[in-house]
Design a binder for this molecule. Structure first.
Ligand SMILES: *Cc1c(COP(=O)(O)O)cnc(C)c1O
Length: 483
């Protein structure tokens, strides 16, 4: 019987993600910035297509200080993978979506007073303090308070009692092409920060540097940098003096080979006609996987350390290559991004050939392409977030040391115990009585002893509870969580 590869599936097309190269790139970044400067790693868009959870777990293991995502949903996935680092949502959210910021301890970007006021009221109602980062537009023209209005804005937000301005940031618009404009942005931002300091407003995290900033503008480093692309070993511009190793390779295998006559049209529209009698192979990958259709008739591939060019149009699921009389057989490995013994194809090259940027090449790789991690990441780690997603159960704490019916929740539950997230501190050895409120079922009452307890962040506590009796087996079937 043929052994199915449990990671790749039945179609031999995959992306290899080298986590050691990610660590290497982070080390190169750290060499560029002062020792005290913090690193906020941009892991939005599924970590630029590399896989949010495995990438973030490695970055956290390497000690990055902060993670940045584009949406609350991405932040929740990180929390469900039990990543406890601070998380900033770079994009804006609507007022009606504030609740999960408290549930999951997520830091929002703020640039309107209206949003800040609602956040302030909701934080107050929960006895919490909401940390925020204020976004300043120094010339990007996207979200952010215009720099000339930013000081007054910060003063207003400063007056809100339940909000702590933890950070202020701006984004560089043209750091790869326009030095003068970038310097102007940095001057405006520096001016704002100085003005705040002069008025006694100290904001601990000041950040502006994207990858270009990290590499080429020391004055953009401030107290934290915010790289994305270079973490993944890709260059935002040519001629940069930083040594990086690409993290992602894209591979497939020859699935078919046949001989065709001179003058045969290949693929849709016959944009390639064989110039002589030849062999044409088919590869099981296409634009349905995010391989750009613009690489029709120009995309490079490597097979057995020899270079070939795609013949005809890229189809949704397949690509053809005229391999002439070269030794290429069904089953041979094909590199679309990555290195063979003496050659390499980079995402930057594919971007240039297809008229886009390397960001779009890696972000565009579809969910149909399995990501294989080296060194291997336990499947359970990679899928942690799914295992726990539906386990976020509301819990009511009953008559515990004088707390009347306190609401909290658990996302980690097993027959022996559970983890509680509460807004009040618990202490080891405390006895707790609980009512778990599963949806559409009557509440389950149980009791147990607090084994460990810690503070997660301002106003949010975490505790492990060992249950006296195993009466939750029905509720936690399939969950692996402990306490
Ligand atoms: C994506 C993003 C970054 C990272 O940019 P790179 O060019 O990938 O380093 C930094 N800041 C903001 C606001 C972003 O949206």
């Amino acid at each position: 019987m043929v052994q199915k590869n449990p990671y790749i599936g039945y179609r031999p097309t995959w992306a290899e993600v080298n986590l050691d190269n990610l660590s290497f790139n982070l080390a190169q970044i750290r060499k560029r910035i002062p020792h005290s400067t913090r690193v906020m790693a941009c892991v939005k868009a599924d970590a630029y297509g590399h896989g949010l959870i495995p990438i973030s777990l490695r970055l956290v293991a390497e000690g990055v200080d902060y993670l940045a995502v584009a949406s609350i949903d991405e932040a929740i996935r990180l929390r469900q993978a039990r990543i406890s680092k601070p998380i900033l949502v770079l994009g804006l959210i609507l007022k009606q979506d504030i609740e999960p910021l408290f549930d999951y301890d997520i830091v929002p970007t703020v640039c309107t007073e209206d949003f800040a006021r609602v956040l302030d009221v909701m934080a107050g109602a929960r006895g919490r303090v909401a940390r925020v980062h204020i976004k300043v537009d120094t010339g990007m023209g996207r979200i952010g308070v215009l720099s000339q209005d930013a000081f007054a804005f910060i003063q207003k937000i400063k007056r809100l009692k339940n909000i702590q301005i933890e950070g202020v940031f701006t984004h560089l618009a043209s750091a790869d092409v326009d030095r003068a404009f970038t310097n102007k942005q940095l001057r405006l931002f520096r001016g704002l920060v100085n003005r705040c300091e002069a008025r006694g407003i100290h904001i601990p995290l000041v950040h502006a540097a994207n990858s270009m900033g990290v590499v080429s503008y020391a004055r953009s480093h401030f107290s934290m940098v915010r790289p994305g692309l270079i973490l993944y070993g890709l260059y935002p511009a040519k001629g940069l003096s930083i040594h990086l190793k690409p993290v992602l390779s894209l591979k497939t295998r020859v699935i078919y080979k046949k001989c065709v006559h001179k003058g045969s049209g290949i693929s849709y529209g016959h944009t390639y006609i064989t110039p002589k009698n030849t062999s044409v192979i088919t590869l099981p990958i296409g634009y349905g996987d995010g391989y750009p259709r613009n690489l029709s008739n120009c995309g490079p591939v490597l097979i057995n350390d020899a270079a070939f060019t795609i013949s005809g149009r890229v189809c949704m699921d397949q690509i053809m290559v005229d391999v002439g009389s070269r030794a290429v057989e069904v089953g041979d490995e094909v590199i679309l991004i990555g290195s063979s013994a003496t050659r390499r194809i980079t995402a930057e090259q594919l971007a240039e050939l297809s008229g886009t940027i390397p960001y779009e090449i890696v972000c565009g790789l579809g969910s149909r392409v399995p990501r294989i991690y080296t060194p291997a990441v336990a499947r359970s780690e990679e899928n942690r977030q799914f295992a726990r997603y539906e386990r976020k159960l509301p819990v009511r704490m009953l008559e515990t040391s004088g707390w009347p019916d306190t609401f909290c929740y658990t996302h980690d539950i097993s027959a022996r115990g559970l983890q509680l997230v509460t807004e009040r501190p618990l202490a080891p050895r405390m006895q707790v009585k609980l009512a778990l409120e599963a949806q559409r079922e009557p509440p389950v009452h149980t009791q147990g002893t607090v084994v460990w307890a810690r503070q997660n962040s301002v106003g949010l506590y975490h505790a492990g509870v060992k249950l006296d009796k195993s009466d939750l087996s029905g509720m936690c079937a399939g969950a692996s969580g402990g306490f």
